[in-house]
Ligand binder design. Structure first.
Ligand code: GLU
Length: 339
């Protein structure tokens, strides 16, 4: 029986590090090295290995992920595995999910423990990712599953997965929806299919490929007694700072400190400003509380409601909307699907 062809694209990250003379871990390994470290891969797939870059994911750019999406679209493979750093996997995976609408599995994986440590997780995660990409249930439901993240024998929807710990090996979770599947022995055990209406709405508005140039989006985390000074600076020097949109990580069901609210409302008049839950999951409230910085007031004042979308993912989505040239009503429509 012919084995599925899986294309492994390596971007960098802890999974691809090796120690320098001083013992510090440096980016260095390529896709061939990662694949060679897991001989079992050859038993389950025909592997094609491609090194895209050797960078930490904390330094990846939107442009690089757009280029990666174009490269993936051009491939003729039965499944795609991307290896990268863990730091921005929750963002890059979501962006790939917005950009790719393939009928083959696309899986992103990484490592928390570097290759110089005892029991590094990179090789096991790569094997699990390839297993997922070759699994019959996953392949049948590839479109419905969307881009997936595979870490520590669990499969997550890229649209929901979050990095929830900076160092632990079990650093990833889908806190709102739970995993799509689990791995045990040599099997992938299906658990659920994701609700993807919001992704479908976004893709319809964004078009198939997103052209345009980088459109920086500020991430403004609201916190106790925040005075709003950064927003003052954004409004005073819009060209110098260059932000074209903002995500406001709001408290609770969608609230901001009263002292910062006037300036946030002015920001929302100057550029698309999306409210997203700093608690990490939603949905946000829409019509419960009154008062000047309540969800009712903020919505009436023109802030865009980001629903259940985590602030990091809302920022990715808003950047993509702006890059694609969407106007305000279209952006509101895209985010409304997450409410
Ligand atoms: N900061 C690096 C990165 O994201 C290493 C972290 C990791 O891969 O876990 O690529």
């Amino acid at each position: 029986m012919t084995k599925p062809r899986i294309h492994v694209l390596a971007l960098g990250g802890t999974i691809a590090t090796r120690p320098d003379a001083a013992g510090a871990m440096q980016m260095g390994l390529g896709a061939d090295d990662l694949v060679a470290a897991v001989p079992t891969l050859g038993k389950i797939a025909e592997i094609e290995a491609e090194t895209v870059s050797r960078v930490g994911s904390h330094s990846l750019s939107f442009d690089q992920i757009h280029a990666l999406a174009s490269r993936i679209r051009a491939l003729e493979a039965d499944g795609i595995v991307v290896t990268q750093g863990t730091d921005t996997l929750e963002e890059t995976g979501f962006l790939l999910d917005l950009l790719l609408d393939l009928d083959v599995p696309v899986v992103v994986t990484a490592a928390m423990r570097n290759p110089a440590l005892t029991s590094p997780d990179g090789p096991g995660n790569l094997l699990a990712a390839v297993r997922v990409a070759t699994d019959p249930w996953v392949r049948t439901h590839a479109k419905a599953l969307g881009v997936m993240a595979v870490m520590l024998d669990e499969v997550y929807a890229a649209a929901d997965v979050l990095k929830v710990h900076p160092t632990r090996i079990n650093a990833f979770a889908s806190t709102q929806t739970g995993p799509l599947a689990a791995l045990v022995e040599d099997r992938v055990v299906p658990l659920s299919l994701p609700v993807r209406d919001a992704i479908v709405t976004a893709r319809r508005r964004l078009g198939n490929t997103v052209p345009g140039k980088a459109s920086p989006v500020a991430l403004l985390w609201m916190a106790l007694d925040e005075p709003g000074g950064l927003v003052e600076a954004m409004l005073a020097a819009p060209d110098r700072l260059g932000y074209r949109g903002a995500v406001i990580a709001a408290m609770g069901g969608g609230h901001t400190p009263e002292r910062a609210t006037d300036i946030l409302v002015r920001l929302a008049a100057a550029m698309p400003a999306v409210v997203s839950p700093r608690a990490g999951g939603g949905p946000l409230l829409e019509k419960t509380y009154g008062g000047p910085s309540s969800e009712i007031a903020l919505r009436k004042a023109g802030l865009i409601w980001g629903g259940r979308l985590h602030p990091l993912k809302a920022r990715v989505l808003l950047e993509t909307c702006l890059r694609a040239g969407l106007d305000r009503p279209a952006i509101i429509d895209v985010f409304a699907a997450w409410n």
